[in-house]
Ligand binder design. Sequence first.
Ligand code: COA
Length: 258
Amino acid sequence: MAYETLLTDIQHGIGSIVVNRPDVRNAMNRRVMEDLHAALDAFREDDGVGVVVLTGAGEKAFVAGADIGELRERTARDGLAARMQRLYDEIEGYEKPTVAAANGYALGGGLELAMACDIRIASENARFGLPETALSIIPGAGGTQRLARLVGKGRALEMILTGRAVDAEEARAIGLVTKVVPQAELVDAARETAGQILSKGPLAVRLARLAVQTGFETDQKTGLVVERLAQALLYASEDKREGTSAFIEKRKPDFKGR
Ligand code: COA
């Protein structure tokens, strides 16, 4: 399917989404949000997609935030509609694992998009920041919540209140990204990470995400109950028998349960 603002393809179980507005540093306008919804819907229904990788077109930006031209016209009613926040919530709760490959500026809504993904890897030239207060707004697509959860309250407040962007190496040091690679290797690195996930038991991957994410949003006791129930489901699954048998028989597992 063709999108006005995205490039998508599917290869070896990896659904790739490239935000494609390089002239405006892949800024996120309403069309991009609508296209992202549609692309995620399509990948959700496609059994050929096991992992989704998101990145930006060109060499300068992942996504340089919300489109500031659109932002200028937004009303309080738009703020309450919180379209971008809801899109990113959908990404965080998406049925399939997501990897953000930050290939340049990930600012404002761009960093918020990356933070809604399960895993973030970066090219050496990437920069991460939440500069919204310079426009006299706040990060409103999860930024005030997810950044603090990922890097701690003090660092998040410093970044949000001063608008300071961190480079890729600092992002790795504070746990905002897990890996930094030269730009030419970013796509391969994202595919390698996605490939590692794809080789695992699909139901186990899905339930591991559910347990981690539920536990993160609730108390540990509730998280442990989800963990226990998820494990019970997996113990009863054919893929668990296949995974354990394959290990004992010294062969590659052939999982079915996607
Ligand atoms: N919304 C709309 N347009 C944007 C944009 C955004 N978030 N970010 C960049 N652009 C546009 C610029 O207006 C410029 O357009 P022009 O060619 O018509 O002048 C074009 O993209 C290139 O931007 P430029 O600033 O010249 O590129 P750069 O490589 O020197 O700097 C950034 C890149 C990302 C550092 C800089 O563009 C920037 O600070 N963007 C805004 C980031 C931001 O505040 N995001 C949060 C929004 S809530």
